[in-house]
Design a protein around this ligand. Sequence first.
Ligand code: NAD
Length: 284
Amino acid sequence: MIERLAVIGVGLIGGSLALALRAAGHVGEVIGCGRSRANLERALTLRVIDRIAEDPAAAARGADLVFVAVPLGAMRAVFQALRGQLAPETVLTDAGSVKGSVVEDVRAVFRAIPSCFLPGHPIAGTEHSGVEAAFPELYHNRRVILTPLPETAPNAIQRVSAMWQACGAEVDFMSVAQHDEVLAATSHLPHMLAFGLVDSLARMRENDEIFRYAAGGFRDFTRIASSNPEMWRDICLANREALSAVLARFSVELADLADSIRRADGERLFEIFSRAKAARDRYV
Ligand code: NAD
């Protein structure tokens, strides 16, 4: 049970956490803080939060858990505002989609990793953003990856795990580096393909005509190209090493596919598609 939860960044992820914990009876009071006053007022009206705090330090005062869910590029400023403001028993965690950059930000701001800090990443989301997009079931049956550091206290691991389990999620543990490599392949690369495909079609002269004939497959594949551009710019910059590596590997695959098509190598195309189908049918 969390008596007082501070949510810094009350958008899709932060708002959904507050709603899920409320629905589970796992939270007392929720204090919200963020960049946009209008969004916070809306969060208050929707009863996602109970009170607005002026800044992260005020939000963290008296909180037993502080959840940071702002875009990656805003994380460092939030940690700066929290420095020296956390009570010894307060647990600090985040939802950033890249873990290496968040850990770097915390280390740069606090000098040493505080024992109360546990980086986290819920593998759940939609292409919508802001508190209006939040809903309590977002984390039901979804995975949350926690990446404890050698400095992280067992109490922080226990409290953050219990929080996510109360939201209906399953908690997995990974190293920071493994998290960033895995997510580069399974999340960041597909987003690049969707953004790149839609942008390249949109820049064609006849794009109205093209999009008119876009059917189910196109919709399914490109839904994530509606995601928040600020958030995705930050993710690319924060995970550029791992993402560049998977993009380079994928470019080779794409060139192989293009070459097989050019050479009319039906056998090779059948082999690639069959392998892909078997993998998707098995794992997804
Ligand atoms: P969002 O845009 O819905 O919400 C972000 C909130 O942060 C907004 O309310 C915004 O006003 C606030 N904010 C922005 N800059 C700020 C600043 N400088 N100081 C204080 N508040 C600020 O975004 P989201 O989808 O909830 O994503 C939040 C975090 O969660 C990001 O780090 C993202 O990488 C991560 N994440 C997103 C998803 C997803 O699918 N959307 C999934 C997992 C993790």
